[in-house]
Design a binder for this molecule. Sequence first.
Ligand code: NDP
Length: 246
Amino acid sequence: MSKNAIITGGSRGIGKAMALKLGELGYNVAINYRSDSSKEKTEEIIEEIKTKYGVEGIAIQADVSKFEDCKKLVETVVDTFGDKIDALVNNAGITNNCNFIDLQPEDYERVINTNLVSMMHMCHLTLPYMVDRETAIVCTASVGGMTGVINQADYCAAKTGVIGLVRALALEFAGRKVRVNAIAPGMIMTDMLRGVNQDELNALAATIPIGRIGDVSDIAGALEYILQAPYLTGQVISPNGGFVLQ
Ligand code: NDP
């Protein structure tokens, strides 16, 4: 029987690598993106998944920080793939990188809504199609949600919230056969990191025990492990090169 997956923020970076992994694992994949500028590249990922892995795919534009957009997103997936969702990967995220005094309320609200509230919307709307069937939710957190990062108070608050959400839902839904886990990446080379000061980034990279910035494939590998680990729930898997041990 075919398996169906939704991934939010799958147009590029970590989400793209995880979307391709879902296809490789045999899931039909609904890839969500937000920006008009990401439409074409998301459709290219869908074509790649269909051609390489022989599964179905659909690209769906939605701003997952908004409940109504999430509702339309899930409705479109159910209309396209049917009313069984086997995997939900909540991955969409943004950051501000701003000191807390200058950070404006609308900016931190956007970060909380995009990184945390979106995941609550998506879990809330998708769980009815997941319960009682050996399914999995995976949420992208961050080492920032485990430690704390200067100039990222809003981001860290959101990502710590993601870990709390994952633990609580894992407990609530373990008896209904839905596993819920988080991946907390360390520093991974994507547009999110390309935007920060490269000298600071290189200095930070030098402190990573494994000696390199992570690759998106490191996170896709963690997703593969979680999806195939039937005894794993409520956990935070953190591919970070030993970073949080420092
Ligand atoms: P990118 O900036 O490369 O990609 C972000 C993705 O999120 C894009 O697909 C973007 O869509 C999507 N997105 C952003 N806002 C929304 C929204 N409101 N609705 C729907 N989609 C949205 O980031 P990364 O790949 O680096 O990050 C992916 C996840 O990993 C995030 O949750 C991030 O916090 C987390 N993470 C990343 C780390 C890193 O070092 N890179 C470290 C730790 C965690 P679009 O293309 O349409 O804009």
